[in-house]
Ligand binder design. Structure first.
Ligand code: FES
Length: 352
């Protein structure tokens, strides 16, 4: 890798990346100057409505910490789309991502199709803070739906390194048993490592379906919150409930919410001034700023569209915004915001 980086540095002044990519594409599916491309080597069912893709790298896979996400960019009918997934590293050249099919979700349907085998996907560098801790404090992992994917990665990495702490509890909410991903793996992990236990909590199956998340469940399954590291991952409502339930009790709380911002009724029009281009736009207040800017013909950089990847981070120079995931208002004059999960509550000036 170092040799490759040094060679690229040396050749940079001489090479036009676009021309390099054009000719490289004729020789290899995965050689590109700037972009990281992985080939899909298998597409298999993970659960009802969920599919696992195995990604194979032409050489050693790029660095990725367990628990991190990457943005995956695909071209669907001539339009580029980017979504965030949390890969599990299988070995030096293979990763897996698990995709849950979203109703009407063009990217999830595209990725889940068997004909993806043999195609290449563009993959970003890793990001995210849900990482392995460096000590042996107990873990309480709270997952809902696709929120299980970073935990699979963390658990496999810690078990492989013989670094699981003395107590690890995973509570995993899903609507039905058939929707659970990696159940066999977790059963095997529990058999191999007595300090690990996991409990599926099914919200739409059984004589007494489980509640989404509440204090009684935590008291029953994870009575030793004090001194534990709590990780929660799932839709925004789930994560905020989890945070509220463990607030002030745990050693540390790390959470990641993945939800599209809720649809808001269009509010009063506001004026957005784009400081760099000098353009002024009138957009409906309450709409996610990324969507509002796109509707006005702007193309701000973006990735997941759900507040995870920070690709859409943008400076705000003036005005009040609302964080659509938690309703928090920000009137700070100079601050950064994520365009995909923020809306305007007054006229704004953005660093665009
Ligand atoms: S596009 Fe990923 S945080 Fe906004």
């Amino acid at each position: 890798m170092h040799t490759e980086s040094a060679l690229k540095r040396w050749l940079s002044p001489l090479v036009d990346p676009k021309i390099f990519d054009f000719w490289a594409a004729h020789l290899s599916r995965t050689w590109r100057w700037e972009r990281r491309l992985a080939r899909v080597s298998a597409v298999t069912a993970a659960a009802d409505g969920a599919t696992t893709l195995t990604l194979r790298w032409g050489r050693r896979a790029p660095a990725l910490l367990p628990g991190q996400h990457v943005n995956i960019t695909v071209d669907v009918a001539g339009v580029r789309h980017t979504r965030a997934y949390s890969p599990t590293v299988l070995d030096a050249r293979q990763w897996q991502i698990t995709v849950r099919e979203q109703p009407g979700g063009c990217v999830s349907h595209f990725l889940s199709a068997p004909e993806r085998v043999g195609s290449t996907l563009e993959v970003s560098a890793g990001f995210g803070d849900m990482l392995l801790p460096q000590d042996q404090a107990p873990w309480l992992l709270l997952a809902a739906g696709s929120g299980i994917t970073p935990f699979r990665s963390l658990l496999r990495a810690a078990a492989a390194a013989d670094a699981l702490p003395p107590s690890v509890t995973l509570l995993y909410w899903a609507d039905r048993a058939a929707s659970l991903c990696f159940a066999d793996e977790f059963d095997q992990l529990a058999a191999d490592h007595p300090q690990f236990r996991w409990q599926p909590l099914l919200t739409r199956e059984g004589e007494a379906p489980a509640a989404r998340i509440n204090a009684e469940q935590l008291a029953e399954w994870a009575p030793l919150l004090a001194g534990s590291r709590v990780y929660s991952c799932g839709p925004a409502g789930f994560v905020s409930s989890a945070e509220a339930l463990v607030a002030g009790q745990a050693l540390q709380v790390v959470s990641e919410a993945f939800s599209l911002p809720p649809l808001q009724p269009a509010g009063e029009p506001v004026t957005i001034t784009l400081a760099r281009s000098g353009r002024q736009l009138t957009v409906p207040g309450g709409t996610p700023l990324l969507a509002a800017l796109e509707q006005a013909g702007e193309r701000p950089p973006h990735g997941c569209r759900m507040g995870i990847c920070n690709t859409c981070s943008c400076g705000k120079q003036a005005g009040t915004t609302e964080d659509l995931l938690n309703g928090a208002l920000s009137a700070e004059p100079i601050t950064a915001l994520r365009l995909c999960v923020s809306s305007a509550r007054s006229d704004l000036t953005l660093d665009l």
